[in-house]
Design a protein around this ligand. Sequence first.
Ligand code: NAG
Ligand code: NAG
Ligand code: NAG
Ligand code: NAG
Ligand code: NAG
Length: 420
Amino acid sequence: MASRILSSKCQASLCFVFLVMFCLCKGLDSPLSPMDKKEKEAIYSVIQGFFGKWWNGSDLYPDPCGWTPIQGVSCEQYDDGFWYVTAINLGPVFDNSLTCSHDAKFPLQIFKLKHLKVLSLSSCFLYPNQNPVKLPISNWNTFSDSLECLTLRSNPGLVGSIPPEFGSLRNLQSLVLLENGLTGKLPPSIGNLVRLRQLVLAGNHLVGEVPFNYGRFSKLLIFDASRNNLSGALPSTFGFLDSLLKLDLSNNMLERLLPKELGRLKNLTLLDASHNKLRGGLVGTLMEFVSIKDLVLSNNPIGGDLLGVKWENFDNIEILDLSNTGLEGCVPESMAKMKRLRYLDLSNNNLIGSVPSSLENLPSLTALHINGNNLTGKLDFSEGFYMKMGRNFAAWNNSNLCYIAKPTQPMLYGVKPCVQ
Ligand SMILES: *[C@@H]1O[C@H](CO)[C@@H](O)[C@H](O)[C@H]1NC(C)=O
Ligand SMILES: *[C@@H]1O[C@H](CO)[C@@H](O)[C@H](O)[C@H]1NC(C)=O
Ligand SMILES: *[C@@H]1O[C@H](CO)[C@@H](O)[C@H](O)[C@H]1NC(C)=O
Ligand SMILES: *[C@@H]1O[C@H](CO)[C@@H](O)[C@H](O)[C@H]1NC(C)=O
Ligand SMILES: *[C@@H]1O[C@H](CO)[C@@H](O)[C@H](O)[C@H]1NC(C)=O
């Protein structure tokens, strides 16, 4: 009896051993994640294109979608039973990530990966002089049904223009071309990408006007074209970007007025158009942004005054930076009605008149910059207010301004006490 039990146990465990061996053997001659031969060859040559000739995929990664995954490459199984590459994420994400070689190319075999949904390359093409790399002009249409996210980030060696054929990537939801060496104009064809939720073009050398059909991105949440050399006026079609939350156009050469249609954007929370050449006065520029939190227009020759704007309607505003915008006239009392305002910068303008002491009543204010104007009269804030502001109160360089000194109050930097 005992021996019979023993033997049946043995049989069971032998059976288990055979099963394991069978699985392993099966694993060796036909991989657990079968791939189309061409797909497999394509992913090997793509990765080799980035990492260099020494990288031998067939040696190290016989089953790239299965038990020998390539770091940064993901696959999915499709209805035909085969596994296909759906994501390539290369860049210094992990400490042990491989880095692109000095002579990395943009491998054309990538267009054989017909199921690719995500392509992300960061810090791959680093040498604009020794190894300038251009994006392929054609073949992007092979990704038109698949590609959802395209990210090319921190590649100073990625030069040349944005391929107009990007306009065929009709499934794209995120296009991030951040901090590369891209030049030339913005292709109008990108306006066809109506599923985009994020369009980031910041930190390149792009020039010319923003195409008017970029107003077609009805699902767009973020538009960031900062740190380029874009010129001309922002098209009024931007008033149709109904979902927009963040609009960053800072550090360009944009001219004229921001379109008043931007006032339609009920969800816009951040508008940064600082360091441009915007003109035309604040009243024309500032519509009633019901939801705006951060409004940064500094360093533009906007001109005009603060009087015609209905500041009391800016219910959500927290940051208002109008420094160095050529503002004239007085600081209106209505500015003291922005109840969520934390940061107010009116420095380096041509403001005149006295500073309303009602600004003290702004409950959330923690920084007030009015330096570099021609403000006059007496600063009459309480000691508590100066304490709250600390170093974030700046009033110097207003030659005819003085402050009413309170007994225990520290001196205000760059402002004279009033002669009583
Ligand atoms: C990779 O290694 C295999 C086996 O050592 C060899 O047959 C193949 O040619 C190599 N491939 C490349 C691209 O070097
Ligand atoms: C913009 O253009 C100016 C003058 O042509 C140039 O000096 C500057 O480097 C450019 N900036 C960018 C971000 O390309
Ligand atoms: C604006 O934001 C609200 C709340 O997040 C959202 O429900 C609404 O759909 C957004 N509007 C548009 C046009 O996207
Ligand atoms: C400041 O205003 C005074 C008159 O209030 C004027 O005399 C003076 O020229 C102005 N200074 C500057 C730098 O605008
Ligand atoms: C005031 O402006 C002058 C030049 O306009 C500048 O040199 C100086 O540092 C500024 N600050 C103070 C506190 O005077």
